[in-house]
Design a protein around this ligand. Sequence first.
Ligand code: ADP
Ligand code: MG
Length: 386
Amino acid sequence: MSIKPGAMLGLLGGGQLGRMFTMAAQSMGYRVTVLDPADGGPASSVADRHLHADYLDSDALRELGSTCAGVTTEFENVPAESLRTLAEPCVVSPAASSVAVAQNRILEKNFLAANGFGVAPYAVIQNSSNIHNPDGIIQQKRPELFPGLFPGILKISRFGYDGKGQARVSNPAELDTAFIGMNREPCVLEKLLPLESEVSVIVSRGFDGEVATFPVSENQHRDGILDTSIIPARASPAIIQNARDIAVRVAEKLDYRGVLCVEFFVLADGRLLVNEIAPRPHNSGHYSIDACVTSQFEQQVRILCGMPLGSTAMHGAAVMVNLLGDLWQGGEPKWEQVLRHPCVKLHLYGKLEARHGRKMGHYTVLAESTEAALQLALEIKQSLEC
Ligand code: ADP
Ligand code: MG
């Protein structure tokens, strides 16, 4: 049963991903109610209605459930139980069970490893004694790897993002200190790998199992935050195909309904390891707004509403560059430097305060080739920074 335009859709979370979902839904004739505990957020400022309440607020959830035909999320850390509650009165995509796996690094890694997807060697650290007595540790696959996990990265199991909740550690003493720094919350210790590159795939899967992947994105990070995405990724056809196949299999194993991002590490020998998954559209898929027939956000609307998927074909090559708050240090950036190039598209998220490392917007360069797009993207970046 499909949800017809004119209906109200509910969205949990109020950030930029929600803003772009809301705009896509509205352009297809839907209305959107945003549940966001914050005021003046990127999504609520464009939504038809804003429920100003906590994600666990039972009155707000009841209101959302009784006024919306379908509910989705843009925020990875939305409590899975809220999605479960909403699944009774209305259609929910993605399901609480999928979100619960993706929002917890321990469940996520264990799910991936148990289903045969390659991941970086890791160990689960539940308490300090795991560090001093590695024999007792819950560890996947190869127990002898624990000393071999150094140098490694300690990653908190919940609420980490953009490199936050992570610490590089070289020995058990540093691990101990880092674990205390994470308030002894359950963590994953992961081996630091030499990466050839990083790529990601946005996969969309409908209620009838219809599936479509977006072109593979090559992602460059700076200080743990996505900086630049290059599409199509500069990788061999075999790696590209493999990434798309693995992403589809991950979505199928999760019985996923919605838009999912699968992030990969590419090793020097061409092997792909799954880094993490995000149960929503993703920063590395923003290029699809300007460069593809259907954007990742429109796809999210189509799936939620039980409509057929749109084409994920690309018009040409694209490079997306994130605009972080640091750029505002000397006042409003000179947007003419971006807009004087007719094939560059600027997106700003309407955030009122520009903070260090905060994602304020992005621009996408469209060109015939990735080389041309990349060259122009870097030129613009330099002109904005000076
Ligand atoms: P986040 O949730 O912050 O995106 P990630 O686990 O994706 O966390 O880590 C952010 C970035 O840090 C990755 O995209 C990658 O560049 C780097 N990184 C993370 N884990 C590893 C690793 N095991 N080896 C090498 N680099 C890593
Ligand atoms: Mg990541």
